[in-house]
Design a protein. Structure first.
Lengths: 149, 149
DNA sequence: TATTGTTATACTCTATAACTATA
DNA sequence: TATAGTTATAGAGTATAACAATA
């Protein structure tokens, strides 16, 4: 039996000692804010990522896009459908191979990408306002080095 | 129309310029490895987190646990059911308030926590092997400062 | 046989809302 | 009325597997 009046304070040192837990919490914070930023622009996190890669790699195929995003080809179909329906990209044909598509951003899609890129920069300026420019660059760099063997 | 022979290389500078994308990728890497480490121990990421908080805060209630983990109370029920079924924790009663439970780790649960804590440290030693101790501490610290206004 | 894109399906994680019992 | 816990449900996000068209 335990006395009532549960204290409202709870410690989580057992979790905070791990980098991974801090990463999870930070990522969920970023994800929530990012979703709210992208929504009025007509993008989700995943379609934003897909558009980013397509803009940077004109005529990329869906399989190559799947590799770049580290998701399955079946998942790409949904994303590409979504972006094509919004007229941000189009499925071009490839000369000499009728199996694959050549994905390209439309002029609308290019403009949408520019708009989204700017909005996401602003979103990060807000979320990382507590960090100096050096700390922010350091965080990005350190994250990019996780998991390499 | 586009010539065939899609190059296998794909750039993702449009995404890598953002801290958030690097964080997502790093987190997914961590999560995948962590899940494989916890599975043989009989824990999932979420039940690991719940056990961590219960061990550190004996007699915590489910509502308070939900706050600590930043999840809904309904989600806690599932986690606590799972940990109780495994006999890692027990639902004690609270003197003076029959609505709430006082969650405590059993001796089995304490031992399980010690085992898991050690395993997760080893998992992080592997995942962050490319970082110096200072860089790893810096990463953890920087992540802990994300999103504060 | 292998690859590209597709569909259907299922699984995980989590949130919402309605409910009960207690306070 | 408010709180603690519970249940049912639904929505993302993603993975798996089987398939048709093409190479």
């Amino acid at each position: 039996m335990k006395k009532s009046c549960e204290p409202k304070v709870t410690t989580d040192c057992n979790l905070r000692q791990f980098v991974g837990y801090n990463m999870k919490r930070a990522f969920l914070t970023v994800r929530e804010d990012l979703a709210s930023v992208l929504e009025p622009i007509g993008l989700r996190m995943t379609s934003f990522s897909a558009l980013a890669v397509i803009v940077e790699n004109p005529d990329i195929s869906q399989s190559r896009l799947a590799e770049a995003l580290h998701i399955e080809r079946s998942g790409v179909v949904v994303l590409v459908d979504e972006l094509e329906r919004a007229e941000f990209i189009e499925r071009g044909r490839v000369e000499g191979d009728r199996r694959q598509y050549a994905l390209r951003a439309t002029p609308i899609g290019e403009a949408k990408w520019a708009e989204a890129e700017k909005a996401v920069h602003a979103h990060e300026d807000g979320l990382f306002a507590d960090l100096t420019d050096e700390e922010r660059a350091s965080l990005k760099s350190l994250l990019g080095r996780v998991g390499r063997k």
